[in-house]
Design a protein around this ligand. Structure first.
Ligand code: HEM
Length: 422
């Protein structure tokens, strides 16, 4: 993931003009890709935004868009798919893109099931539930552990490591490749694709389409091979699915792979790195969980709440009022999970890490019809990562010489995390 620099800050896009229907009182300047305070310490700045901005605000940055920050508003907006649609590329724009593709280019895929609204969404999502069930995720635990142990043991003798490049990037990427039966030798290639597609400025649709096409092209061969020679992996299991009563097609398989790839890699590596950072800053918590590893389960979800990083995106499907705010068709809206999960009306002392909270309702995995399909797998990956990190490394701290660095974007997160131990 690209680090932000002063130069990039200076190169931030010009601000959009405020649309006439947006009252002055609802404008708040927040730039999720370049705000210097957000890049220095995203969660402190996010808490400040949630405290001082209107609960629903419009910002002129990143092309101009709405941000919904409160816990209840975000929960309701996730479920109001008629107002806030997941169809991000309107048909008219898609037609223009298709008409301008260079000869021989692969047709852009719709990412399934994430870019489809109810009721059609259920038809694409329901069959995947069996592949991503808690039971299947638990069944993968030992395979995940093997990868985590190998990566952590490799750095253990060094007394220091850069967590992202040495553990939390390779772990979910290798996991994904293994689960999907894709060649692990192509790890670097797949990591580069995630970086391109998820780089700051993701509202740049052309960028997303280009990265998506590369991904579709690189996975096609394996998808076809697995249809002919099924193995014990997710791709082979997905070939057995029926969508709307009909056998799944190659095009649908590619659309699913695209979403699972984009949704499953950047997210897990961010969550792991942010959790490792919190542990490095809190030796008492390390000691508590080392003494009672069963606490890893609640620690994982409290860390997901405290360091919620996604800002899911929607398009206003038709002119609509939500609360007192009027939205116009075609406007972009983000759900500000870093703020919603620290809403004091929902969580007591929201900025504090507390084991034993009631976390059933946190929004780290979203809510409503598009709630994270991979959350069981993500939790198992996180549990194993924390268990092995705490079991295999002695007490670790942030490297005082190399402070953590962050990047902005729709999936905000760390770029670099250095830790040291004796
Ligand atoms: C800590 C890790 C993860 C976090 C924080 C996370 C978070 C989220 C969030 C917030 C959404 C809702 C997006 C929206 O409403 O637009 C979502 C959806 C989704 N996630 Fe995850 N995710 C994680 C890991 C994974 C993994 C490992 C996979 C699968 C390999 C995955 C697959 C999906 C899919 C397929 C969707 C779309 C579901 C739908 O549209 O019905 N996620 N995730």
């Amino acid at each position: 993931m690209k680090a932000e620099t002063g130069m990039e800050q200076a190169l931030a896009e010009p601000k959009a003009s405020k649309p006439d229907h947006v009252p002055d009182g609802l404008v708040y300047e927040f730039d999720y890709t370049h705000d210097p305070e957000f890049l220095r310490d995203p969660f402190t700045r996010a808490a400040q935004v949630a405290r001082e901005a209107p609960p629903i605000f419009w910002t002129p940055h990143n092309g101009g868009h709405w941000m919904i920050t409160g816990f209840d508003d975000v929960s309701n907006a996730f479920r109001d798919w008629e107002a806030f649609s997941s169809v991000l590329i309107p048909k008219a724009m898609l037609d223009v893109i298709l008409a301008n593709l260079p000869p021989g280019a692969t047709t852009p895929m719709t990412s399934l099931p994430s870019s489809v609204d109810p009721p059609a969404h259920a038809m694409y999502r329901a069959p995947l539930q069996q592949v991503f069930s808690p039971k299947v995720a638990m069944g993968l635990k030992e395979e995940i552990r093997e990868l985590a142990v190998a990566l952590i043991e490799k750095v253990r003798p060094n007394g220091r490591c850069e967590v992202m490049s040495e553990i939390t990037e390779p772990l979910p990427v290798q996991m994904f490749l293994k689960l999907f039966g894709l060649p692990v030798e192509r790890q670097a290639e797949y990591r580069d694709i995630v970086k391109t597609v998820m780089a700051p400025g993701v509202h740049d649709i052309a960028n997303i389409i280009q990265g998506s096409q590369t991904l579709v092209a690189t996975t096609a061969e394996t998808l076809i091979e697995r249809r002919e020679n099924p193995r014990d992996d997710i791709i082979s299991a997905m070939w057995k699915l029926e969508i709307d009563g009909k056998p799944i097609t190659l095009e649908l398989m590619q659309s699913y792979s695209l979403t699972l790839f984009l949704a499953g890699l950047d997210t897990v590596m961010n969550a792991m790195t942010l959790g490792a950072r919190h542990l490095a800053m809190n030796p008492a918590l390390q000691a508590e969980v080392r003494a009672d590893p069963s606490r890893v389960v609640e620690m994982t979800d409290e860390l997901l709440r405290l360091y919620s990083f996604p800002m899911p995106i929607r398009m206003v499907g038709k002119d609509a009022s939500f609360g007192d705010v009027a939205f116009k068709q075609g406007e972009r809206v983000h759900f500000f999970l870093p703020g919603a999960n620290r809403d004091p009306r929902q969580f007591e002392a929201p900025d504090a890490f507390r084991l034993g909270r009631d976390l059933k309702s946190h929004l780290g995995f979203g809510a409503g019809p598009h709630r994270c399909l991979g959350m069981h797998l993500a939790r198992v990956e996180l549990h194993v990562f924390y268990e092995e990190l705490l079991r295999r490394l002695p007490e670790f701290q942030l490297d005082p010489e190399r402070p953590p660095r962050f990047h902005g974007g729709m999936v905000t997160g760390p770029t670099e995390l250095n830790i040291v131990w004796n």
